[in-house]
Design a protein around this ligand. Structure first.
Ligand code: NAD
Length: 418
């Protein structure tokens, strides 16, 4: 994993790369390369033993020209101002590439949640929600789950917001539990868009998904669901990893059994159906048909990219390749299908959840999955059309060309407000 790559600089480079193919003025581009605002706050929270601990937290609102800011909240010791800025920028391009009416935002708390009790995490979350309250709202900024947060935290944020505002506003946050206004299909949505992107990519490249070998880095929400759904298509999941290491079986692992083992023991390591175990970086250089990075950003840098043997990479994680890795993989002819499309299922079903909340109407899981499939397939077609039409070097540039053009159009059509 690269220590040097700054995710915010990576985002800006990706925008510059795409801008080469677009008729956009420098001043518009400069505006679209920086967040509109970033909230930085210090939460003072009482611990179970009566002591007070201070936690740094951020919320970046990158661009709202196409709709309310939208993006997750992560709890991780590595959260930083630059990281949330970058992640909020990627959300702008992600919502634009799938053409849903949102801008981009992202937030996080610098914390290792494993070190705190549930009661402490609730107080920390409610404290953050109190700080966020003036900045968020159903038509303003709509947070969602991300690394180490889920329905529990979203429900706490919704409850804090609604209590302080003396209202009901389930659409202020997405990724809620079903009984609190959540959507069917939300939990599986990110992994589902990864599977759909891989399916469309294999079809586009004339490759067979049946018996295709797949390695998945990261076996959390996004990675494990992608593995399960790819296995349903007939692919062979030969390797998966988490922060403790990787497991491998050339004949294929059973995605559900590995998940069961991880639920019981806390890790994929030690899974009885594996015939080999190795370090998590080694998984990234396996000779497989499809590699799915589904952990954290910058997992593959330029040096590691030279050793990649996969034919196709579909990014479930946000920003798993450094720009150097991207260049190397383009040179090596590895087809990379980018995060802003391949993990856009999460934000797309978040959008469906928000639509249902606004309409006070609940969709069936089949309807959610069908609508999601339509969005991802349409976006994939837009991306490959741009790739062919502009003779672009890779599919990431194509995704940025499509989405940057949409954001530029919305920004310039709005005119300038001094
Ligand atoms: P998660 O916390 O559920 O899972 C992350 C997994 O990655 C865990 O299994 C963890 O052990 C593993 N991991 C961490 N470091 C690793 C390493 N060095 N090598 C191998 N594995 C490692 O998180 P998630 O929700 O699945 O998110 C994963 C990625 O997908 C993130 O980049 C996130 O931003 C992105 N994403 C998630 C969603 C969503 O709805 N969950 C939506 C869009 C994007």
């Amino acid at each position: 994993m690269s220590e040097q790559a700054n995710p915010f600089e990576s985002l800006q480079e990706q925008i510059d790369d795409a801008a080469e193919y677009i008729d956009a003025s420098d001043d518009v581009l400069e505006r679209l390369k920086h967040p509109e605002r970033v909230l930085e706050t210090n939460l003072s929270v009482e611990m179970d033993d009566g002591s007070i601990e201070v936690f740094k937290a951020f919320r970046s609102q990158f661009n709202g020209d196409r709709g309310p800011y939208k993006g997750g909240i992560r709890y991780h010791p590595g959260v930083s101002r630059d990281e949330v800025k970058a992640l909020s920028g990627w959300m702008v391009y992600k919502t634009a590439v799938v053409d849903i009416p949102y801008g981009g935002g992202k937030g996080g708390i610098v914390i290792d949640p494993n070190e705190y009790s549930e009661a402490e995490l609730e107080r920390i979350t409610r404290s953050f929600a109190t700080e966020l309250r003036p900045f968020i709202g159903e038509d303003r900024d709509i947070p969602a789950p991300d690394v180490n947060t889920g329905q529990r935290e979203m429900n706490w944020i919704k409850d804090t917001y609604e209590t302080l505002e003396n209202t009901t506003a389930p659409g202020v946050i997405t990724g809620k539990a079903l009984d609190s206004g959540g959507s069917e299909g939300r939990v599986e949505a990110t992994g589902r868009s990864t599977m759909l992107t891989a399916r469309e990519a294999f079809d586009y490249l004339d490759k067979e998904m049946a018996d295709a070998t797949v390695a998945v880095q990261g076996y959390g929400n996004a990675g494990w669901i992608a593995a399960k759904l790819l296995e349903n298509l007939g692919a062979k999941i030969v390797a998966v990893s988490d922060s403790s290491g990787a497991v491998y079986n050339v004949e294929g692992l059973h995605a559900r059994d590995v998940k069961g083992h991880k639920n019981e023991t806390g890790s994929v390591v030690g899974y009885a159906g594996a015939d080999e175990e190795f370090g998590n970086d080694d998984l990234l250089t396996l000779d497989v048909d499809l590699l799915v990075p589904a952990a954290l950003e910058n997992a593959i840098d330029g040096d590691l990219a030279r050793e990649v043997q996969a034919d196709v990479i579909v990014e479930a994680a946000n920003g798993p390749l450094t720009p150097e890795a991207d260049d190397v993989l383009t040179e090596l002819g590895v087809h990379v299908f980018p995060d802003i499309l391949a993990n856009a299922g999460g934000v797309t079903v978040s959008y469906f959840e928000w639509v249902q909340n606004r309409q006070r109407f609940h969709w069936s899981e089949d309807r959610v999955n069908d609508e999601l499939e339509g969005v991802i397939v349409d976006a994939f077609e837009d991306l490959t059309s741009a790739y062919e039409e502009h003779d672009l070097p890779n599919f990431r540039t194509a995704a940025y060309v499509v989405s940057l053009q949409r954001v530029i159009d919305a920004y310039t059509e709005s005119g300038n407000w001094p």
